[in-house]
Design a protein. Structure first.
Lengths: 326, 260
């Protein structure tokens, strides 16, 4: 028997007065799949998640979650579906543990110790009895994840789950997502922090202006991406520039601060590094500036300023924005 | 799981309701204790009819008149109305504006059940205040020298409760229907204030006398429960209004998008 898809959305349309936030959108998230939802601000990611949770009703289209039709607000289709949209909000004058206890009762009896267990998993044990009003943004984010875990979900819908988290916290969330995926939990992650998604996602959907502009597996994305871009530090940058110019699929130039930036098509990076070695030019540092996912994202859904740019140009912009001395 | 939304809503409002109830009891006790020293001195005030009506008759010569004016006319409905309205606006539209409702509704809970649970919690809070009013009257009337029957004091508390149900239901309907806390609280408070004014002044103008039937104050105190006991007809009107508005709240909340 074929596995039931975790999410099937067909022909979704959602309008807000004069704006069409979601415009004929189709989405499939496979069972046990970690699926990244990418798009610029205002692309429709949050609206889509609100539709999936039944917080708003579509003007057209249908949604099934774990094989059950989402028939309207408060639908039982939300059984074993957990997560949150934007920053999760709790009762500020109650403690984290009390908030979780109240939410847990909406699902019936809670196994003893489960609340303590999920708080420990997200690293909030020490602050469990503190009022949520005193929590930082990152702590509220972690509490939201804890609330989702309480529901022993088979489908997790997370909107910017690493927002407000420090790098260690973001890595912990990524590890948690991988762990859940290993337990056959499907995860739909919406984020604009592309680097975080690259570490965990099996597949991606890129949306722009409420429509899907690309959908596929991580391998397909890498194969189809315009390329990637790096900051390159060598023992002889002038010589490295000459060598790079002669290699097909490589473009090189200098950043605003005079350092080397190279953009490469799939497979060209090896040729560049080997050529530099043959010319006795040492590679001291190779820093990824624009990943294949990022270049694809910018090509498909980026700001108007970034639309149609080559990775090399994107690398220059990335360097200028970072203000780095790469 | 059926009671979980109700206990959740109650948990969040009990502390403030208990505080208001305690305060009401204290005021009633003090008002009763003051009567022997003050009431006879003031006597019945000679005020314009409309103002006298607004103040419950302004007859401070008797203990019944004293409580009717000091508590029944303004303070009692003010406390129960304020608690019902602020609580209802907070746990409906307030939670939606604070985005707490988005997390709650991510659970498989029907919106109708959620609204009914919140309305039920408001009803429990109103009953708490009304019981506090009755307890405060029992003590206060005793301190004031007696003269009001236990049954009539209970009748006053019941009328007060139904008044609170009706005003709370206005706030629940607007809160669940619009998701706007300020609108829900403001309009419900406006209904209370305008209702108080209409009940006081409309009867002074023959052609406008009928307006009093639109005021919740008419059904709360128009037949003077402190001396006449319960008026079933008045309670039925207030009860029907509360139930109808709650039903409207359910229908409206089921059909609209949650504000984001």
């Amino acid at each position: 028997m074929a596995a039931v898809e975790a999410v099937t959305a067909t022909g979704l349309v959602k309008r807000f007065e004069a704006t069409t936030a979601v415009d004929g959108l189709d989405l499939v998230v496979g069972a046990g799949q970690v699926h990244g939802l990418l798009g610029a601000n205002g692309a429709g990611k949050t609206t889509l998640l609100r539709l999936l949770f039944g917080l708003i009703a579509p003007d057209a289209g249908s949604i099934t979650l774990l094989g059950r039709a989402l028939g309207g607000p408060g639908s039982a289709a939300l059984d074993h579906v957990a997560g949150f949209v934007e920053e999760p909000s709790f009762y500020p004058y109650l403690s984290g543990a009390t908030n979780l206890a109240l939410l847990a009762k909406l699902d019936g009896e809670v196994p003893a110790g489960l609340i303590d267990e999920v708080l420990e998993r997200v690293g909030l044990t020490d602050r469990a009895k503190s009022r949520v009003g005193g929590y930082s943004t990152g702590m509220r984010q972690r509490l939201g994840i804890a609330a989702a875990l309480l529901r022993t979900p088979r489908l997790l819908l997370l909107d910017e789950p690493t927002s407000g988290l420090d790098p260690a916290g973001a890595r912990a969330v990524a590890a948690l997502v991988r762990e859940l995926a290993g337990q056959d939990v499907a995860v739909l992650l919406s984020s604009h922090q592309i680097g975080e998604l690259e570490k965990v996602c099996d597949a991606y959907t890129v949306i722009r202006d409420g429509r899907v502009v690309w959908d596929g597996t991580a391998a397909q994305l890498v194969a189809q991406a315009p390329g990637s871009a790096y900051a390159l530090h060598t023992s002889d940058d002038d010589r490295a520039l000459q060598i790079a110019a002669a290699i097909p699929g490589v473009r090189a130039g200098r950043s605003p601060r005079g350092r080397l930036a190279v953009s490469v098509r799939e497979g060209s990076l090896d040729a560049l590094v080997l050529a530099l070695g043959d010319a006795r030019v040492a590679v001291r540092r190779l820093e990824l500036l624009v990943s294949p996912l990022e270049s694809m994202f910018f090509a498909l859904s980026g700001d108007a300023d970034d639309e149609g740019l080559e990775p090399h140009d994107l690398a220059e912009r990335a360097l200028a924005r970072a203000g780095s001395d790469a | 799981m059926t009671r979980a939304p109700l206990t959740m809503a109650l948990r969040l409002r009990l502390a403030s309701a208990a505080s208001a109830a305690f305060g009401l009891v204290a005021v009633l006790v003090i008002v009763g204790a003051l009567f022997p020293a003050v009431g006879g001195t003031i006597g019945k005030l000679n005020l314009p009819r409309g103002v006298s009506q607004l103040l419950g008759g302004a007859d401070y010569a008797t203990l019944t008149g004293w409580f009717r004016s000091e508590i029944g006319a303004v303070y009692g409905p003010l406390v129960i109305g304020a608690v019902a309205i602020t609580s209802a606006a907070a746990i409906t539209a307030g939670e939606e504006e604070d985005r707490i409702l988005a997390l709650v509704l991510a659970h498989p809970i029907a919106r109708s059940r959620l609204v009914l649970a919140k309305a039920g919690a408001i009803a429990v809070v109103v009953v708490m205040i009304a019981v506090a009013a009755w307890v405060g009257l029992l003590v206060g009337v005793a301190l004031g020298g007696g003269g009001i029957g236990v049954g009539h004091m209970a009748a006053f508390a019941v009328h007060l409760a139904f008044f609170g149900f009706a005003l709370g239901a206005v706030a629940v309907a607007l809160g669940a229907g619009t998701g706007r806390r300020a609108l829900a609280g403001g309009v419900a408070a406006g209904v209370g204030v305008i209702g108080w004014l209409i009940n006081g002044f409309a009867p002074l103008v023959g052609a406008l006398d009928w307006l009093k039937y639109l005021s919740p104050f008419y059904y709360y105190a128009g037949h003077d429960p402190l001396t006449q006991g319960i008026d079933v007809g008045d309670l039925v009107v207030l009860g029907v209004v509360a139930v109808a508005l709650t039903a409207l709240a359910v229908l409206a909340f089921e059909r609209r998008d949650l504000r984001g």
